[in-house]
Design a protein around this ligand. Sequence first.
Ligand code: NAD
Length: 496
Amino acid sequence: MPDMTDHPNQLLINGEFRDAAAGATFTAQDPARGAELATVARAGTEDVDAAVAAAREALTGAWAKTAPAKRSRMLNRLAQLIDERTDEIAELESRNVGKAKWQCAAEVKVAVSTLELFAGTAQHLYGRSHVVNPSVVTYTLREPVGVVGAIIPWNYPFMMAAWKVAPALAAGNTLVLKPASATPMSALLLGQLALEAGIPAGVLNVVPGPGGEVGEAIATHPGVDKVAFTGETGTGRRIAEAAASTLKRVSLELGGKSPNIVFGDADIEAAVLGSLWAIYYAAGQSCEARSRILVEDDAYDDFASAFAERAKGLSVGDPLAAETKVGSLISRAHADKVRGFIDIGLEDGGELLAGGREVDGLGDGLDPDAFVPPTVIGGVANDARICQEEVFGPVVTLTRFGDEAEAVKLANDVRYGLAATVWTGDGSRGHRLAQRIHAGAVGINTPFIAFPGVPFGGLKESGYGREQALESLDLYTETKAVLQNTSPKPINPLGV
Ligand code: NAD
C-alpha cells in the first residue's frame, strides 16, 4: 500500500476528522494495480445524523454570519490551496480512479476555476424590486436553500465535488458531501483544504460510505433541504423518490448515450481527432461520452478506417505515466460489465474494428482484468442494445445515416439527452442541428462541452438542473418576496 498517511481517511464532521460512530472502515482500492490504497472510515446513519446536525448549526450560525464578501475570499483561498496542490491531488485521484494522471490534473484545474467562478458570484446574488401598484413595493431576497446533501459518483470525484460545493457555499448553504464508496480520498482532502481556507467547522462535512445506506440516509433525512446528485439514472430515480417523502429540492445529473454526428462535408481528420477524445477520455467513463458515432454514408468508410487506426494507437497503461491516454477502469467488476457489452454489440451484428476484450502489452504491476482497450464496433443499428444503454467504458459504436433528417432522428432516438457533437463544414447546418437535438449541450466541430461558466446538465433521462454556470445558483437559492405597503391610508380590503 503506498503511504497515504498524509491524506485524511476519517469522516469530516463539524470541522473534525473522526472515526465512524460504529468504528466501521472499508478499503479504497488502486484499481489499475489491483492493490489496496487506504483504509477509510465508513459512515453509517448515526454519522449522517451528526453531519446533518453540524451542517444545520453552521447554516444559521457561523456561515450565516460570514458576509458574502468574506465567503468569496474563502472560496478564492480554497481555489488557491487546491491550485498549489494540483499534482498531489491528481496523483491521489489517479491512483484511486485508475484514470490517467494528466487528466486528473486537468480536472483539478477545472475545480479551481469553478471555485473562482462562484467565489465571484457570492457578492452578486441580487434580487429584484418592483412597484406592483401605487401602494405596494416589492423586492426579492435570494436565500440559501439550507443544508445540501451532495451525492457524487466515482468517475470525476474531485471535480464533481467542486461543481456542487462551489455554488452551494457561494449561496450560503452548508453541505453534507458523500463521495462514491470507491473514491472517498479526494473529497476528504477537499474537506481538509476547506478548513485550511478558513471555511468554518460544520459548513462542509464529508461522509464516505455505501450509497444504499449513507446516500439513502441523506436523501430521506428531514434535516436535509436539497439533494444534489450525480450518478446513474436508476439511482437518480430512487433518490428523487426518497426525497419526495420530505419534499426536498432535487437536482439530478445522470447518465448519457450521447451522439457524435459526422457529416460528409466535415473535416474528417478533425472529426477523427476530436471524436477520439469524446469517447476515450477517462476510459469512456464519462456521462458526456459521445459513445454513438453517427456517420453520413459517403464518409463512413474513410472515417471508420481512420478512427479505428487511431484508436489502436492510443497508449493504454499505467495511469501515472505521462504518455498514457487510457488508464484502467474503476474496478475489475466494472471492466467485466464493459466486456459483456462488447459481446452484446458483436452478437447484435456489430463488427469489431479495434480493441476488444483484452489489452496487449500492459506494463508490469498492472491488473489486466481492470483494463479494456479503446474499442470500436462498426455497423450497428441504433436500436441495438449497445447503442441504447450506457456502457460507461472505452467502447464506441459506428452507425450510418443517409441524410440530415435521419441523423437528427437517430441522435434523438434514445432515452438520454446529455450532450452531442456535430461535425460539419456547413456552418448553418451546425446551428440548425443544435436546435433540433435533444441534449443539454451541443458542440459544433468541438468535442469540448464542459467549461466553467457554461451550463452543464441533461434533458430526458439525463436529469434536470444545470451545473457549473450562473444557472446553478437557482438550484442553491430560494427566492423570497418581501412586500411593503406604501399607502398612507389603512388597508381595508373587506370594506368594513
Ligand atoms: P451511482 O449512481 O452508482 O452512484 C453515484 C452516487 O450515488 C455514489 O455516491 C453512490 O454511493 C450513491 N448511491 C448509490 N445508491 C444510492 C441510493 N440508493 N441512495 C442514495 N445514494 C446512492 O453512479 P456511479 O456508478 O458512481 O457513476 C457513474 C454514473 O454517473 C454514470 O451513469 C454516469 O453517466 C453518471 N454521471 C453523470 C454526470 C452528469 O453530470 N450528468 C457526471 C458524472 C457521472
